[in-house]
Design a protein around this ligand. Structure first.
Ligand code: NAP
Length: 339
């Protein structure tokens, strides 16, 4: 369920508490689905302009084995390519594939001029050397932005392909006109795919950035100073609503499937409709920020429907960008939004 702009009414017996709750401010909802639709419309136009120049951006996806979640992700990425008029190819080696076979496949895709982006769906089977495979992808086709060369480009603030989830978080901030320059930004989590690139993007946008991790002390105090909070730690409802200052914008990257009834009841105490759905389905997706933060933050991304849709959007964006950088460098390029 998407969070509505107004929070669901709580079932609180104490009338005074209920009255206070009713008059609380609710956060502005930073709707990722709306931004995805805007960017898709822009990309569709860009793809059409590129087609007029004889370039059809194309994404090759490599899906190893039969992991149902991975199959679903790849299917939606291929469908997004079709929706935008881009080419796509799906390679589905068996789960017992060797590292050498995959290295050869990546090499073939690197050499194929029609392929602008190569997506190796993770996780790969344990017997495959994932690091070698990812590093074999040409940095010019690394649309996930995971290659050390692209990480280096980001560190030095040079044009390259940026990891999709953090790039999507920046789009959410920018398109909602949230001031980044001079803001105190706190990034919870320091993974290579989310926390670190996120912190660098905020730094390059002139925020004052604090990066926190599992060994950080006094997290509530650090978070209380945040004008912008990006939470990417993988712990359902970890960030307490009282840690968030009233003027803060919160980007919740966490996507945690909660199946424990007691935990769901605690997290969704003030969201009876969501709790009902949990009881019917047996699971619910919860971010790293407690759902009650909708009553304390100034703005917040819902889970689901916030950061999630942006990741695939920025993958499409990176594929178009890769096509332009690789195939049109030196030629005049169609005007594009500065993404
Ligand atoms: P990850 O690789 O597991 O990294 C988690 C980070 O959080 C680590 O840096 C870890 O610190 C830190 N951390 C863990 N527990 C902590 C705690 N109690 N206090 C402070 N920091 C803590 O995770 P990830 O890949 O970055 O993903 C993070 C979350 O985002 C997950 O829920 C994931 O599902 C979600 N995600 C969503 C999308 C999307 O499209 N919406 C995309 C990617 C990820 P250490 O470094 O000290 O261990």
């Amino acid at each position: 369920m998407r969070l509505n702009s107004r929070v669901e009414r709580p079932q609180i017996a104490e009338p005074l508490v209920a009255l206070c709750y009713a008059f609380r401010m609710t956060a502005r909802i930073l709707d990722g689905i709306k931004i995805r639709d805007e960017i898709f419309a822009e990309l569709k136009q860009e793809v059409a302009q590129l087609a007029a120049q004889g370039v059809r951006p194309g994404l090759a996806a490599v899906l190893v084995g039969e992991n149902p979640a991975s199959q679903l992700y790849v299917k939606s990425k291929v469908a997004a390519c079709e929706q935008l008029g881009m080419a796509s190819w799906l390679h589905t080696p068996r789960a017992d594939v060797s590292t050498d076979y995959l290295l050869q496949l990546v090499d073939d895709l690197n050499r194929d001029d029609n392929v602008d982006g190569i997506l190796v769906q993770l996780p790969l089977p344990a017997r495959v050397d994932s690091k070698r495979i990812l590093e074999a992808v040409s940095p010019t086709k690394d649309v996930d932005g995971f290659h050390p060369v692209n990480m280096g480009m980001l560190v030095s603030n040079r044009p390259g392909l940026v990891a999709c989830t953090p790039a999507g978080c920046m789009e959410i901030l920018r398109r909602n006109h949230i001031a980044i320059e001079g803001a105190n930004a706190v990034v919870l989590g320091r993974s290579d795919i989310v926390g670190k690139p996120m912190a660098l993007l905020l730094l390059h946008a002139n925020a004052t950035v604090t990066i926190c991790h599992s060994k950080s002390r006094d997290l509530p105090e650090i978070i209380r100073r945040a004008d912008i909070l990006v939470a990417a730690i993988g712990r359902a409802g970890f960030v307490h609503p009282d840690w968030i200052k009233a003027s803060a914008s919160v980007i919740d990257v966490g996507t945690n499937k909660v199946t424990d009834r007691a935990q769901a009841e605690q997290l969704l105490l003030n969201f009876p409709q969501r709790l009902e759905k949990f009881l019917a389905k047996g699971s619910v997706l919860i971010g790293d920020v407690h759902p009650d933060a909708v009553n304390t933050a100034a703005a917040l991304t819902p889970v689901p429907g916030g950061v999630g849709p942006m990741t695939i959007t920025m993958l499409m964006n990176n594929t178009v960008k890769a096509a332009k950088l690789r195939r049109l460098s030196g030629k005049s390029q169609p005007a594009a939004a500065a993404r």
